[in-house]
Every structure is written in C-alpha cells, then in structure tokens.
Design a protein around this ligand. Structure first.
Ligand code: PPS
Length: 289
C-alpha cells in the first residue's frame, strides 16, 4: 500500500502525521531539557493518553478541577514531539506534566540522564487497533483506514503512526528505568479506577484522601470526560476531527475487538504479535486470544 506522503513524514522509520509533527518539532523535542521533577505519560496511540491527561493534574493538585475545566488537554499535558509543544512548554509550572508517543530509543538525550518519572500505559492491542480504526475515519489528518482487514495489515506491519505496537511496548518494558517508571494498563483503569488512582498517587508521592480519590474517579470517568469540552476535542474544527463520524471518546470499554475481529483475523493477529514478543522477559498482563 502506498504511503500518502502529504499526510505523513518518516522519522527513524516511523510514520508520523504531518498535521501535528514536523522535522522542526522533532528537533525541538530532541533538544528539550528534561527536569528531574518532570512527569511523563508514555503511550502507544489509543492506549489512554487523554485519560491520563485528565487524571494527572488532579492527582498532583489534590482534585482541584479548575485546570481540567479551563485548559485543553493538549495544553495541560503537552506531547513533546508535537508542533504545539514549543508554544506551551514555557507556560508549564513545576512539576511539569508531559506526554509522548515516542518509543524509548527516540527519547531526547536529556531524558535518560534525568530523574523524570514515567507512567507507561499499556492497552490490549486488539482494542487499540479497533479504536485506531475509528480514529482514522474521524481524523482528517490521517489516512483513510480502508477496510478493517486492510487496516489490520497496516497495523501489524507498523505502517501506522508511531510504528508497531510490539516495538513500542518492548522498548519501554526493557527500558531499565527501575523505580522511575510505573506500568499501568488501560484495562486495570477501566476495572477499578479508584485503585489505579491510588497506585498513581503513591508512585508520585502524593497522599490523597479517599474522598479526593473518589472525586477524581468521578471526574475522570468516561461519561464525565465526554461532557468536558476541554477534554473531548469539541474545540477542534470538524475538518481536523469529525465527531459525527466517530467521537474521540468513542466507547471506553474493554473487549470491543470481539465485535470486529473474525476468527481468521484473530488467528493472524495473535500469530504476528506473539512471534514478535517471543523471547521477551516480560509477560503481557492479558492473554492475546
Ligand atoms: S490518542 O489519539 O493516542 O491520544 O488516543 P488515546 O487518548 O490514547 O486513546 C483514546 C481511547 O481512550 C479512551 N478513553 C477512555 N476510556 C475509558 N474511560 C475514560 N475516561 C477514557 N478517556 C479516553 C477513548 O474512548 C479511546 O478508546 P475507544 O476504544 O476508541 O473508546
């Protein structure tokens, strides 16, 4: 399948949408200086990025909703590789909340020597693929996904933004960041958000009362986030994201892949992914089948 050059650039072999990434923004990211108290959310796309952009400010400020009600998610926890990053970075107060879809090996040099903490969210790749399929339909800056079957080929080949899911996960799972990194899954957050919030606040050294945990959980629920204009991308022009085609906050569930995969597709998917994870020292928190 041919690559629409107008829509994507290539960076170290990875496809990145030109709409929000440029060679200048990537250079800016590479030269960016991490501080020891920075907190970085890392995700492969469609794993729960905007969810953590809602959670993180509330955990850090003890549940004050002002930030999530007045500042758009892309500005309160900006992604370091994006064009917008240079606009917002100087406005961030310490500790800075940052995000990225970069694999570990493409992080800026200053990251490795800093003590910045990382929250890495993993999501079942089958649900990522479904979420991404709909996202490609609604995002004007992404290639039309074609049929579900065609999109699966691209996903498995890594011919989608930020490359292969397996490469991303492998890079961060073997990152040797020791206690600087916390791994959490989308599924665990769906299953028990208050427990996930307790884990996150412990990792960040915050001591939140049960009342605050419950308040954050309510305000970060799928239902509440869908109505928050600072988080649901309703501020974006329709040519950029068309929620009539598919809302960004689409389903927010675990296992939607069951409504989309045929048994042949499931077998193909499992075969490719398990082969690529063979010999890795970590195990996945869920079964692939
Ligand atoms: S992106 O484009 O990479 O920034 O997308 P990302 O934010 O990583 O992932 C989008 C999916 O996360 C779901 N989401 C949530 N699920 C449950 N609860 C909450 N609060 C929540 N917030 C975001 C969102 O709906 C997308 O998943 P799907 O499966 O498409 O619904």
């Amino acid at each position: 399948m041919s690559l629409p050059e107008a829509m994507y650039l290539r960076y170290h072999g990875l496809l990145l949408p030109r709409e929000n990434n440029s060679y200048e923004s990537l250079k800016f990211a590479q030269e960016f200086k991490f501080e020891d108290d920075d907190i970085l959310v890392v995700t492969y796309p469609k794993s729960g990025t905007i969810w953590m952009q809602e959670i993180l400010p509330l955990v850090l400020n003890g549940g004050d909703l002002t930030v999530i009600h007045t500042i758009p998610n892309w500005e309160r926890v900006p992604l370091i590789q994006t064009k917008r990053f240079a606009l917002f970075v100087n406005k961030l107060a310490s500790p800075r909340m940052l995000g990225t879809h970069f694999p570990y090996n493409l992080m800026p040099p200053s990251f490795y020597t800093s003590k910045a903490k990382v929250i890495y969210i993993m999501r079942n790749p089958k649900d990522i693929m479904v979420s991404s399929y709909y996202f490609h339909q609604m995002a004007g800056f992404l290639e039309d996904p074609g049929t579900f079957d065609e999109f699966m080929d691209k996903f498995l080949e890594g011919e989608v933004m930020f490359g292969k899911w397996t490469d991303h996960v492998k890079s961060w799972r073997s990152s040797e960041l020791a206690d600087r990194i916390m791994y959490i899954t989308y599924e665990e957050m769906v299953q028990d958000l208050p427990a996930s919030l307790r884990r996150i606040s412990d990792f960040l050294g915050r001591n939140l009362t049960e009342e605050v945990i419950q308040k954050i959980a309510e305000n970060c629920s799928f239902k509440t986030m869908k109505t928050n204009n600072m988080s649901n991308f309703s501020l974006m022009p329709k040519v950029y994201m068309d929620s009539d085609k598919s809302p960004f906050l689409r389903k927010g569930t675990v296992g939607d892949w069951k409504n989309h995969f045929s048994s042949e597709q499931l077998a193909r998917f499992i075969s490719v992914i398990s082969k690529e994870l063979e010999g890795e020292s970590f195990s996945l928190p869920w079964s692939l089948d």
